[in-house]
Every structure is written in C-alpha cells, then in structure tokens.
Design a protein. Structure first.
Length: 381
C-alpha cells in the first residue's frame, strides 16, 4: 500500500470560536445544575469588547448570565484589555427566548422519557480507530495535547509571554494495513500562539520547541525531515475576539475526529440531550469505540439518522474499512442487539443530564476517559 499524509488541527481555549463554545456550554451546565430537564439551545457570538448569547431556553432554573459568562472568560485568561479582551469590562448582550411550543409538543410534551422524539432531523457519525489507546486518530490527539500543554505552560508560569489564543496543526505520514491506519512519522507541526509585546520570535520558537513540542510528541515519530512552523506569521500580539470574530459551532472538526471518518454538520455546544446533533453523535462514538475495543474491527465509521419527533433512528450504516473478520451486515446486527439508540435511552446510558459540558467544549469531545461515552460497552455476541 502507498503511504499517505493526513492533517488535523486543534485550537486553544482562548480562540474566539472556542470561547463561544465554552460560553454556550457553561450556560447549558448552569441550567442543568438546577433543572436536569432544561431544554437549552444557546448560541454565542463574540467580537472586540462584547459577547452576545442568543437562543431558546425553557428551564426552571434561575441563571445569573453575567456571573456565569464572565467567570468563563476569566478562567480562560482574558483579564486585561492589553490581551484584547477583559472579563471585567466586556459588554454582554442577551437574546434568549423560550423553546417554540410547536417543537415542544412534537418532541417531548406528554411523552415518557424513553419515547422522547429527536429534537430535529439530521445525520451523525461516530468513528474509532485502534491506532491509539483512546481509539482516536493520532493527528487530532497530538494537536489537542499541544494546545493543552500551551495552556499549562501559560498558567504555571513556565512561559510567561504566552497569551490564551492558540492554534496547532499536526500532519502525520501513515500506511494502511488492511484498512487500518498505522502512523509512521511526524511530517509537519504548526503552532501559532498569541504572545506579549516583549518576546522575540526566536525566543518564542525556542521555548515552544523545548517546553511544548518535546514533552508532548513521542520521540520515535520525529526525524530529521520533520518540518516545524512555529508562529509562521512572525507576530501575533493582537488575538482573541479583537483579531477574529467568534461563533459557537465553528470548530466541529476540532471537536470530533480532526477530519477523519465523517461529520454530519451539526455542532455540539449549547445543546441539551434532546438535540440529537449532540446526543446521537456521542452515542455513535460510544458504539464505534465499543466495537473496536471488543476486537470486532480495527477501525469503524457509524452513521445514524433521525427525524424530528421520531424516537428511533431512521437508519444505521456501518463501514469497518475491511478491518473486521465479520461483514458490515453482521456488525450492524451486533449493534442493533446491544444498543438502544433512542434519545430517551441514550440520555440515561450516557448520563447526559449531568452538567459536564463546559469541560467537553475545549480539547475535543472524544478520546477523554472522564466522559461516559468513552467507556466501551461490554457487547453480547
């Protein structure tokens, strides 16, 4: 088989789109803490000196949006106008209404939880690969870890010149082994990070190599041909919402599989479990990882589809890329015998009424062991 290159990117918590994802999920969490049955759809927009939240929320909770959202921005690290954003002084605009009664009557009113309908139509994918312990593509795993490490070095004082807006990108050379993906070497790393006025580009590049790349990237993947682009624009002092507007749901590939598998187009953040964009994508990942961890295949992509107000998925598709001793039809039968993929069932199996979403809104929703959908199910074969 021919070798091939594949690239995935990740963004840090101070990236404007990711700020919005975290705000939307902080609002969701704030409602779920008081009312686990809250119906939440919260979108966020940010630009210089302002954040706008808008959407539809029906909830018994009383939420202090000013306090919740300012705390998110403070925790990210935007605490001075020199950085381009300040949690103390930005203007917060709120355009929240109740959920449409037409949607409520069609989806959940007068139904027991098990038969709650999907909150909308749509298609969702779940993917898993045996190339890493967490069954995620190595490209996205390393891209996230580089951002996590940048944040750590900023917070613990190792790199005091760092600021919150960061981006990473990792290209890996792979070979195929009967449909499974084997990472061979690191081809290219790109890291762009916001920084203060006083640090030189040479110092930035030296520090990132020593304190971020070296601790994160496994040595056996690096060779003398590996290419590094560290702050290739040369200057990145103005960052965050001042340099780029941000919107919820614009980093859906960062949130999922880094371009591997497929994506149905629905974002996650700010949505409660009745929105199958989120709950069914989590369930599809759970199914895919369970199949790989059970040794039934080395790599798999699962598609689910739903209609508004209808509980059962309309269709399930499985592609195991030729990595299974079983046929895809046999795998599909195993999935149907082991998983109930109605939203009202997914919510209980994966504990989706808990206030766990803000944590998921940065560094990827998958491949992180603290989340229930990452615990593979023991399959009855």
């Amino acid at each position: 088989d021919e070798n091939f290159l594949f690239t995935s990117e990740s963004v840090g918590e101070g990236h404007p789109d990711k700020m919005c994802d975290q705000v939307s999920d902080a609002v969701l969490d704030a409602h779920l803490k008081q009312d686990p049955n809250a119906k939440v759809a919260c979108e966020t927009f940010t630009k210089t000196g302002m954040i706008l939240i808008g959407g539809e929320i029906t909830s018994q909770a009383t939420v202090d949006y000013q306090r919740v959202i300012r705390k998110v921005i403070q925790d990210i690290g935007y605490n001075h106008s020199d950085m381009g954003f300040d949690h103390k002084t930005f203007n917060l605009l709120i355009a929240i209404e109740e959920q449409s009664p037409d949607i409520a009557q069609g989806v959940h009113e007068g139904r027991d939880e098990e038969n709650v309908g999907a909150g909308d139509q749509g298609l969702m994918f779940g993917y898993a690969t045996d190339e890493t312990e967490e069954c995620m593509p190595l490209t996205i795993v390393l891209a996230h870890q580089l951002n996590i490490h940048l944040s750590k070095c900023r917070r613990d004082g190792t790199l005091p010149w760092l600021r919150p807006d960061t981006k990473t990108q990792v290209t890996i050379e792979y070979k195929l082994d009967g449909g499974a993906c084997i990472p061979l070497r690191l081809h290219t790393i790109v890291i762009s990070t916001q920084h203060d006025e006083n640090v030189t580009l040479a110092k930035i590049q030296e520090d990132i190599k020593k304190h971020v790349i070296d601790p994160v990237i496994p040595k056996h993947l690096i060779d003398d041909k590996t290419v590094y682009h560290l702050n290739p624009s040369g200057r990145f002092v103005v960052g965050g919402p001042q340099s780029d507007a941000g919107v919820t749901g614009r980093k859906i590939i960062v949130d999922t599989y880094g371009g591997w598998g497929a994506h149905g187009g629905g974002a996650f953040s700010g949505k409660d479990y009745t929105k199958v964009d989120r709950s069914a994508a989590y369930a599809a990942r759970w199914v895919a990882k369970s199949l790989v961890k059970a040794g039934l295949c080395r790599r798999v992509l699962l598609q689910l589809s739903y209609a508004i107000g209808v509980a059962q998925p309309l269709a399930i598709n499985i592609n195991s890329y030729g990595t299974s001793v079983k046929s895809d039809q046999e795998l599909l039968k195993i999935v149907k015998e082991n998983f109930d993929l109605r939203p009202g069932h997914i919510v209980n199996e994966l504990k989706l009424k808990q206030a766990i979403y803000q944590e998921a809104a940065v560094y990827g929703h998958f491949g992180r062991p603290q989340f229930p959908w990452e615990q593979p199910k023991k399959l009855k074969l």
